[in-house]
Design a binder for this molecule. Structure first.
Ligand code: IPM
Ligand code: MG
Length: 360
C-alpha cells in the first residue's frame, strides 16, 4: 500500500488533481499496486482555513507519505498580500522543507500536437528536452531580502546566492539524466554579468570531468531564450538556477503547444518526491471544467516512475495520453485561435484517458 499526499491548492488545482488521482489509481492498480490518498491544504486554501499558506502538519504528512501530488497555488484573492505570506510561500516552503533541490521539467511534443504550437511544425517536430532547474536556492531564497524606506524612497532587495555544493549536486542530476538520454548538457547562465554564474560555470565544468561521455556547453540565458524559439530540437538537457529555470521552463512548455501539457518532478536528498504541473492556478477558468488535466496526469506518470518505481504504469499513462490526443480529443488550451475544433472539459478529458487506459 502506497500513500500519496494530494495538495489540490487553488484555482484549477482541485479539478486537475481530481482527474490525475483517478488516473493514478487505475494505472497503479493494473500493476497490482494499491494506493491510499491523503489530502491537505496549501496556498490560498490554507490561508483561508488556517491563516498560513502551509501548516506544519502538512509538511509532516508529506514526509510520511513520501510522494506528493500538487495542483497549483495562488489567485487574485490573495494578490495584494506581501510576498512572505502569499499562497506561493506555501509552495516554496514545502520545496525547501523537503529538500527538493532538483526540479525536472521534460518538454516533449506529442506528434498529434505539432500543429498546436505557435511555431512552425518543422521547428517543433522532434522537441525532446529536459529542463533541470535548481529549486531550493538562488534569488528565491537568498538573504538579505525585503523592503525598506530609505530617505523617504521605497527600496527593495533580493539576493542571488549559491554555494559550490548546491551547484555540484544539481549539475550531477543533469549529467545523470543526460546519460539516459542523448548525452548532451547545456548549462544556462549570465556569466558576462553575474559572479554567481561564473561560479556555476566553474563548478559545472568540474563536475563534467566526472562524465567524459556527456557533452557540455555553456549558453548565456538571453541567447538560450532566443535559441529555444529558433531551434528547440537542438537541446537535450538544460541545467540552470532557480530563476532562469522558472522562466525558461515556461518558454519550453509553450513551444510544445501548451503550458497545459508540461509535468514536473521535484526530487531531493530526503527520498520524498513532489509532482506538479508547470502551469499555474489559472483563476480565470477555475471551477468551470475548462482546464486541461494532462500536465497533472503526466506529473502522476512521473510519480509512478520516480516515487513508486512503477515505470510500466507510467508508460501506460503516457501511452493513454498519446492515444487520446491522436484520436483528436482536445481541451480548449490546445486549440489555436481561429481553429474550428470541438473541445472537451477537464472531466471529459480525464474520462477519455481512463478509457484509453482500460483499453490498452
Ligand atoms: C513554478 C511557479 C512557481 C515558481 C511559483 C508559483 C512560486 O512559477 O513552479 O514554476 O516560481 O517556482
Ligand atoms: Mg513558473
Amino acid at each position: 500500500m502506497d500513500r500519496i499526499l494530494v495538495l489540490p491548492g487553488d484555482g484549477i488545482g482541485p479539478e486537475v488533481t481530481r482527474e490525475a488521482c483517478r488516473v493514478l489509481e487505475v494505472a497503479a492498480e493494473r500493476h497490482g499496486r494499491k494506493l491510499v490518498f491523503e489530502e491537505g491544504l496549501i496556498g490560498g486554501a490554507s490561508i483561508d482555513a488556517h491563516g498560513t499558506p502551509l501548516a506544519d502538519d502538512v509538511v509532516a504528512l508529506a514526509r510520511e507519505c513520501g510522494a506528493v501530488l500538487l495542483g497549483a497555488v495562488g489567485g487574485p484573492k490573495w494578490d495584494d498580500m506581501p510576498v512572505d505570506t502569499r499562497p506561493e510561500r506555501g509552495l516554496l516552503r514545502i520545496r525547501k522543507e523537503l529538500g527538493l533541490f532538483a526540479n525536472l521539467r521534460p518538454a516533449t511534443v506529442f506528434p498529434a500536437l505539432v500543429g498546436a504550437s505557435t511555431l512552425r511544425p518543422e521547428v517543433v517536430d522532434g522537441i525532446d528536452l529536459l529542463v533541470v532547474r535548481e529549486l531550493t536556492g538562488g534569488i528565491y531564497f537568498g538573504e538579505p531580502r525585503g523592503r525598506a524606506l530609505v530617505e523617504g524612497r521605497r527600496e527593495a532587495r533580493n539576493t542571488m546566492v549559491y554555494d559550490e555544493s548546491e551547484v555540484a549536486r544539481i549539475a550531477r542530476t543533469a549529467f545523470d539524466a543526460a546519460r539516459g538520454r542523448r548525452r548532451h548538457v547545456t548549462h544556462v547562465h549570465k556569466a558576462n554579468v553575474l559572479e554567481v554564474s561564473q561560479l556555476w560555470c566553474e563548478v559545472v565544468d568540474e563536475v563534467a570531468g566526472e562524465y567524459p561521455d556527456v557533452e557540455l556547453n555553456h549558453q548565456l540565458v538571453d541567447s538560450c531564450a532566443m535559441l529555444l524559439v529558433r531551434e528547440p530540437a537542438r537541446f537535450d538537457v538544460i541545467v540552470t538556477g532557480n530563476l532562469f529555470g522558472d522562466i525558461l521552463s515556461d518558454e519550453a512548455a509553450m513551444i510544445t503547444g501548451s503550458l497545459g501539457m508540461l509535468p514536473s518532478a521535484s526530487l531531493g536528498e530526503g527520498g520524498v518526491g513532489l509532482y506538479e504541473p508547470v502551469h499555474g492556478s489559472a483563476p480565470d477558468i477555475a471551477g468551470q471544467d475548462r482546464s486541461n488535466p494532462l500536465a497533472t496526469i503526466l506529473s502522476a506518470a512521473m510519480l509512478l516512475e520516480h516515487s513508486l518505481s512503477a515505470p510500466e504504469a507510467a508508460s501506460d499513462v503516457r501511452r493513454a495520453v498519446s492515444q487520446v490526443l491522436a484520436a483528436g480529443h482536445r481541451t480548449a488550451d490546445l486549440v489555436l485561435p481561429g481553429q474550428d475544433t470541438a473541445t472537451l472539459g477537464c472531466r471529459a478529458m480525464g474520462d477519455r484517458i481512463l478509457e484509453a487506459l482500460g483499453a490498452s
